[in-house]
Design a protein around this ligand. Structure first.
Ligand code: SF4
Ligand code: SF4
Length: 289
């Protein structure tokens, strides 16, 4: 089983549209939406829920009111403003899980319990199984949830005999990106020829090099700035990395999103679909080597 993670240093490069298109072209595949802070792959792949559950990704503090003497120490110690007092009673909401109040409460009146930080799902899509999740608003530990979604996806691949797990990674270079990347067979970076696109691509390339993941690059909207496209080519070549291709700007990316379909399904005969087919063919050859 191979695991390909699709990443972009920044949002808005077309990463999720490309991942959904790859899933459609791949045939039998398991997809994992590891962008758990802002999951949106489900909007394109029409998943039908098979199984779901809660995810506990850390701990939170809860005051046992019957043992609390209302001394207020926890409120003064909490740097996150999570302890509130109302009518002489103290309670905690949106705990950041540092554990300080639990340690210092003189009455030992604060419980330290597993925190429900999100919901995981396994679904059936026209492209095969999908593992995805929702992080509870304001919850921490999106990295742990992303790692859990990857684990779920691998289990589904084993169960269904799929030989490819396609991971839609989060944007940026933070904890959930690292959780989506470490141990993967290959990383495909989707970038665009803009100053922020180049800057963020370099940061993500530093990350994939650090973790020793075989990496290639695709430039989306290459024709919006040919000079910057050449700059990206030079940077990528300078690092000794390979290409899988370039895509021109196409309004069909947005139109397919509006229709809630992957591009090859929404516009099977369009030129952009043919370009994506070629890029998928190149990608497949690369990861199957
Ligand atoms: S430190 Fe303990 S006893 Fe004091 S208000 Fe907080 S929970 Fe209550
Ligand atoms: S565990 Fe930390 S963040 Fe949570 S309420 Fe206590 S002091 Fe605040």
């Amino acid at each position: 089983m191979k695991e390909l993670v699709v990443l972009s240093g920044k949002g808005g490069t077309g990463k999720t549209s490309l991942t959904a298109a790859f899933a459609t072209l791949a045939g039998r595949v398991v997809v994992a939406d590891c962008d758990v802070d802002a999951a949106n792959l489900h909007l394109l792949l029409a998943p039908i829920l098979r199984d779901t559950g809660t995810f506990q990704g850390g701990k939170e503090a809860i005051i046992r009111t019957r043992d609390c003497t209302a001394c207020g120490l926890c409120a003064s110690l909490c740097r996150f403003g999570s302890v509130r007092e109302s009518e002489g009673k103290f309670a905690i909401s949106h705990c950041e899980g540092c554990g300080v109040c639990v340690e210092f409460c003189p009455q030992h009146a604060i419980d330290w319990v597993p925190a429900m930080t999100g919901t995981w799902m396994v679904s059936d899509c026209p492209t095969g199984r999908m593992a995805h999740a929702h992080l509870r608003p304001g919850a921490e530990n999106s990295g742990k949830l992303a790692a859990f979604v990857r684990k779920l996806a691998k289990e589904q691949a084993t169960e269904t005999g799929s030989d490819l797990v396609l991971v839609d990674g989060p944007p940026g270079i933070g904890c959930p990106v690292i959780a989506s990347l470490t141990g993967a067979d290959a990383a495909l970076i989707v970038t665009e020829p803009t100053p922020s696109g180049i800057h963020d691509m370099e940061r993500i390339l530093d990350l994939t090099r650090h973790f020793g993941v075989d990496t290639r690059v695709v430039i989306n909207k290459f024709d919006i700035n040919l000079e910057k496209t050449q700059r990206i080519r030079d940077l990528v070549s300078g690092r000794g990395l390979g290409w899988v291709g370039t895509l021109p700007y196409s309004p069909l990316f947005t139109q397919a999103q509006v229709e809630g379909k992957p591009i090859p399904l929404a516009f099977p005969d369009a030129e952009i679909t043919e370009r994506i087919r070629l890029i998928w063919k190149e990608t497949k050859t690369w990861i199957e080597r």
